[in-house]
Design a protein around this ligand. Structure first.
Ligand code: SAM
Length: 278
């Protein structure tokens, strides 16, 4: 089969198995196996593929059609222009979170800011900010040893090791210093929402997804803890779940945060909350 024929057959197979963006998935997997950029496949459409080239593709296509995330099969994910290792140890980073990081990049005025990323997962928020602000000092916290091991591999790979400190802990409990920015994309899915999640999402670690019967429990605890860890006027930046904005905005007001505001994600959903303290 030629490159084009393989792409067409794989796309049709993915469509049959209800994979979103079937052609894009097919192109990513074939490019990965042939060690090409996706765009380079277009220059090789007529090339015949050998059996040695095709054999490993069959396994990946089967796993993808069964709902294994594309990023796990590729082993990497692009986030804010950087390439991160990605596997089952931590949540697959989402495009919404890139938006949060982009907001923060324009919000951070002091290049020497001290920042803590709570629930760092694969480290995408902490490391993207470390790459953008070379003089910032960043602490990355997670309760999961597995997530921390992946984040540590990412920091080595991106050569940012000297500026990011990793800590195991529940929210800010093991953090002693004060910060200019506390940022968190914590688990925010309620137990009842489990049945609505896609096969791909269910490959994320449970501890990265679920946060109690309401879904906003961890975010609320962080809102309680953060004032004692923020410098005067410091910023709390949160990614939240669908329809959680009103309750969390009230919690911020009750705790005397100021300059409270929300921002929508690309889908028009209120996804990010920002507030200053002191
Ligand atoms: C939704 S994932 C986000 C990961 C990463 N920040 C991102 O945006 O891709 C939430 C992360 O919070 C961590 N986590 C869950 N409970 C926690 C807790 N009580 N304290 C600290 N981290 C926690 C999970 O292990 C997971 O890595």
């Amino acid at each position: 089969m030629t490159v084009l024929e393989v792409l067409q057959a794989t796309t049709a197979y993915f469509k049959k198995h209800n994979i979103e963006s079937p052609r894009l998935n097919a192109e990513h997997l074939l490019a990965h196996l042939l060690r090409r950029k996706r765009i380079e496949l277009y220059l090789e459409f007529e090339r015949q593929l050998t059996e040695t080239e095709l054999a490993p593709l069959r396994d990946l296509v089967k796993r993808r059609s069964e709902g294994e995330p594309l990023q796990h099969l590729l082993g990497t994910v692009e986030f804010c222009g950087l390439t991160f290792l990605c596997d089952e140890r931590a949540m697959v980073p989402r495009p919404e979170t890139e938006q949060l990081v982009e907001f923060l990049k324009s919000e951070i005025r002091n290049p020497k800011s001290e920042i803590v990323d709570v629930g760092t997962g694969s480290g995408v928020i902490a490391l993207s900010l470390a790459a953008k602000f070379p003089e910032a000092r960043i602490v990355a916290v997670d309760v999961s040893d597995e997530a921390l091991s992946l984040a540590r591999e990412n920091v080595e790979r991106l050569m940012l090791g000297d500026r990011v400190q990793f800590l195991k802990g529940h929210l800010l409990e093991n953090v002693e210093e004060k910060f200019d920015l506390v940022v968190a994309n914590l688990p925010y899915i309620s137990a009842q929402q489990r049945s609505t999640l896609s096969r791909e999402v269910l490959h994320d670690p449970e501890i990265a997804l679920f946060a109690g019967s309401r879904g906003d429990e961890l975010v609320r605890k962080l809102i309680d803890q953060a004032p004692s860890r923020l410098r005067p006027g410091g910023l709390l930046a949160l990614e939240i779940g669908l329809d959680q904005d009103q309750a969390i905005l009230s919690a911020l007001a009750e705790k005397n945060y100021r300059d409270i505001c929300s921002k929508n994600d690309y889908n028009g959903v209120i996804r990010f909350l920002f507030a200053r303290y002191g």
